[in-house]
Design a protein around this ligand. Structure first.
Ligand code: SF4
Ligand code: WCC
Ligand code: FE2
Length: 621
């Protein structure tokens, strides 16, 4: 096996990897070793199994599949389906929020409610729903209908395109890239990639971009906005991160997945006095709910719960031996967590019919019965405390402080009511630009080395960093999410963030919350009366692994934002597709991808781009 020091930059992870090896528990790293080397054709994207005349693997020697498809067609089709998978994940999550809103409106649940009436009315106004003199339920009903319709086939464009600068919408219209309906674009992607349909790689990629845009400005944005309406818009607050947030003397429940619909209810149930009393009867001092991955980010942003870790910490969190239950909804949940839970007293509880795990305890979580079910789940965890083997508990460190809760609403409030001070800071060059660092961990990359390395390099250069998804925990553990981190920033960023009392790296939420970044860019572009592609901004996913991350990257590029990836998707087997991704898209949408494994070099490339964009806007470099 590879030495533990090469796998991660974190001490808490190293300690748990050592414990795993001592206890004979396999993790993602050993399984990667077993899978290496990977199939070369699949890595290049040149294998196809879209029909039973195949499977086919094309190469220089055998350049065509049985049907005659060449490498360009096969790579484009594979990538198109890959993006569709990611867009489907985010968007189906968004749909689940509409269904909760529906349950509220129809009176089927009292466990969920409309917390942010003001935000609901603002959104309604933006998408053209009458709000004057109408009750909150009437408005909510129409918002629900509009958003459901955004998933269908009757629209010319999804409703949140109301937020997009006209110049950008014109670009999309000209290219046939305007997202019409979320499910429609995803289904059409599946259709186009059936044998004998879209056999022109650039054309397939245009539709891949449209599918991604239906995610970023459709499904994801709906997910974020309705989560705010139902659970509250995030406001800045302090919390903590790393495995040290797991408490030796408490019942520990980890929530993992993406949808706050489940985790919010688990958190509420864990505050039930009877359950807390029972935990105390069993010798615990209380019930501790901590987060993993994005549902952790959702709860962290809105409720300030502590964050146990990101993607590559999920197995390791259980290996502390102090976790009574891990409660999951969907996405990014390694099936290995069931096996690892089985090595301890940990109960693995799944809650979504569309994401069941063999060997897990299943609850079919529904809005109407949410609180009752959540209490049952928490009760299972509490009773499990009695079965904990104290001899196997090892919590490797003390938690580190982080600041969270930066929604656009919170940022505007901090700026005194408008984006103008931010625009002024950009114009003056104190903040030279901004880069969103988003996404995952990948066991092929030393955990968080690039996520943290890039963030540090950028803030040094007075480039504000906005973090979401699994990058947030990395930034937090590196000490970048506290106001004191301005000491690591350049003089301009230090001045601005210092005067506002905020960190130079802002925690902007979960992966669906990348829609907040899209909204911010659109608002900045509208303020300056330019296109998004004119802004001195960038996006990066240094350690990405998932289909969802590919969808995010593609909607960022299609929205006009240059986007960095730390390693390429499986497209290198086609020159046409690769050239389009890293160059050709620039002519079409005003931005492209770049692939770069080195964080310093990546920061330099962003810096160059930001200089050029500033110059074009008539600003100092
Ligand atoms: Fe082979 Fe064409 Fe069928 Fe793909 S669609 S498996 S390339 S015959
Ligand atoms: Ni979003 Fe990536 Fe984490 Fe999963 S939770 S691992 S997609 S960043
Ligand atoms: Fe996520």
């Amino acid at each position: 096996p590879r030495p533990i020091d090469e796998l991660t930059i974190w001490d808490d992870a190293k300690a748990m990897l050592k414990k795993a090896r001592a206890e004979g528990i396999e993790t993602v790293h050993e399984r990667l070793d077993q899978q290496t080397p990977h199939c070369k054709m699949c890595e290049l994207g040149t294998s196809c199994r879209n029909c039973t005349m195949g499977p086919c693997r094309v190469s220089e020697k055998k350049p065509l599949g049985v049907c005659g498809a060449d490498a360009d067609v096969i790579v484009a089709r594979n990538f198109g389906r890959f993006v569709a998978g990611g867009a489907a994940g985010h968007s189906d999550h968004g749909r689940d929020l509409i269904e909760v809103l529906e349950a509220i409106v129809e009176g089927e649940t009292t466990d969920y409610k409309i917390t942010e009436e003001g935000k609901l009315r603002t959104i309604a106004g933006e998408i053209g729903i009458e709000t004057e003199g109408r009750t909150v339920k009437e408005v909510a009903h129409d918002v629900m209908d509009e958003f459901f319709a955004d998933f269908g086939s009757r629209r010319k464009e999804v409703s949140f395109l109301a937020r997009v600068p006209q110049k950008r919408k014109d670009v999309w219209a000209k290219l046939g890239m305007t997202p019409r309906g979320v499910d429609r674009e995803i289904a059409e992607m599946m259709h186009r990639t059936h044998m004998g349909c879209d056999n022109d790689a650039p054309n397939t990629l245009i539709h891949a971009a449209r599918t991604a845009l239906a995610d970023g400005w459709g499904g994801s944005m709906i997910g974020t906005e309705l989560s705010d309406v139902i659970f509250g818009t995030p406001t800045p607050r302090m919390s903590t991160a790393n495995l040290g947030v797991i408490k030796e003397d408490q019942v520990n429940i980890l929530v993992h997945g993406h949808n706050p619909v489940v985790s919010e209810m688990i958190l509420a149930a864990a505050r039930d006095p009877q359950l807390v009393a029972r935990a105390k009867e069993l010798g615990a001092s209380g019930i501790n709910v901590a987060g993993l991955c994005c549902t952790g980010n959702e709860l962290l942003m809105r409720q300030g719960i502590p964050m146990a870790g990101n993607h590559l910490m999920t197995e390791l969190a259980i290996i502390t031996g102090a976790v009574e239950a891990i409660v999951v909804d969907y996405q990014c949940i390694m099936p290995s967590l069931v096996q690892i839970s089985g090595c301890y007293h940990t109960k693995f509880i799944d809650t979504a019919n569309k994401a069941r795990f063999t060997g897990g305890i299943h609850y079919d979580f529904q809005p109407a019965t949410a609180m009752t079910q959540a209490k049952e789940i928490v009760s299972l965890a509490v009773e499990g405390f009695a079965q904990r083997d104290k001899g196997r508990v090892d919590i490797p460190c003390e938690p580190i402080d982080i600041m969270t809760g930066f929604s656009n609403e919170a940022v505007i409030a901090a700026l005194g009511g408008s984006l103008d001070p931010l625009v002024q800071a950009i114009v003056a060059g104190d903040i030279r630009g901004a880069v969103g660092i988003v996404g995952c961990n990948n066991p092929k990359i030393k955990q968080d080395s690039l996520n943290v390395g890039l963030a540090k390099e950028l803030i040094k250069r007075d480039i504000l960093v906005i973090a979401t998804g699994c990058v947030t925990t990395a930034a937090g553990k590196a000490g970048l999410l506290v106001p004191e981190a301005i000491e690591m920033a350049g003089p301009g960023l230090k001045k601005i963030c210092g005067s506002l009392g905020i960190p130079p790296v802002l925690h902007y939420g979960s992966c669906v919350d990348n829609s907040r970044i899209m909204q911010l860019c659109a608002a900045l572009a509208n303020t300056l009366n330019v296109d998004i592609s004119d802004l001195p901004v960038g996006a990066s996913s240094p350690e990405w692994y998932s289909e969802k991350a590919a969808a995010i990257g593609l909607y960022a590029v299609a929205s006009g934002i240059q986007t960095h990836l730390g390693h390429p998707p499986h497209i290198l087997g086609s020159k046409t597709v690769t050239n389009l991704a890293v160059a050709g898209l620039e002519d079409l949408v005003g931005a492209a991808f770049f692939i770069e494994p080195d964080p310093v070099r990546t920061a330099e490339i962003f810096d160059e781009r930001i200089k050029a964009k500033r110059k074009a806007l008539g600003l100092s470099e």
